[in-house]
Unconditional design. Structure first.
Length: 168
């Protein structure tokens, strides 16, 4: 799968929460979190649509294979949930904006997926990429990027939500 950057970003506008979403695609900010004291991972995802809607998704889990890779499990779940939402809602393209490089590099093959979960993630995203255009855009973590910070907060808040377990 090749990486395609379809959206140029204006860092100042983006930091202020102003993101222009082209027609026929969504932009999803994803992040993951982990809390050692309760041994849980979580994801947060903010999906922006061309008509101005903001969809927030989050979830957490405690599956041992997920907790072994800490917040990375959440990072991958955020991307997978964003792609799933975009497909279910009829969008032909999704741009994943992330702050952890593995989100992109395992999918594109720039990094070798060395664990069962990173392999499963890469295969899942590559398979999904046959039906929807997936592009990636790295954003700097914890620099005031509005939606990245919101995805981070959603992930942190989801750590305490234990009603529904999410797994890869």
């Amino acid at each position: 799968m090749k990486t395609v950057r379809t959206v140029s970003t204006d860092k100042e506008k983006e930091a202020a929460g102003i993101v222009e979403v082209p027609e026929n695609m969504v932009i999803a900010y994803v992040d993951g979190s982990f809390e050692k004291s309760i041994n849980r991972y979580a994801f947060g995802c903010v999906i922006l649509t061309p008509d101005g809607r903001e969809i927030r998704k989050s979830g957490s889990g405690s599956n041992p294979t997920g907790t072994a890779i800490r917040n990375v499990a959440g990072e991958m779940l955020g991307a997978m949930n964003a792609v799933k939402w975009a497909q279910e809602n009829g969008y032909p393209a999704v741009e994943i904006r992330y702050d952890y490089e593995g989100v992109e590099k395992w999918v594109t093959g720039a990094w070798r997926a060395k664990t069962p979960l990173t392999s499963k993630y890469a295969a899942h995203m590559q398979e999904a990429g046959k039906n929807i255009q997936i592009s990636f855009c790295k954003v700097a973590a914890h620099t005031g990027n509005h939606y990245n910070e919101e995805a981070d907060q959603l992930a942190k808040s989801a750590l305490l939500c234990t009603e529904e377990e999410v797994t890869l």
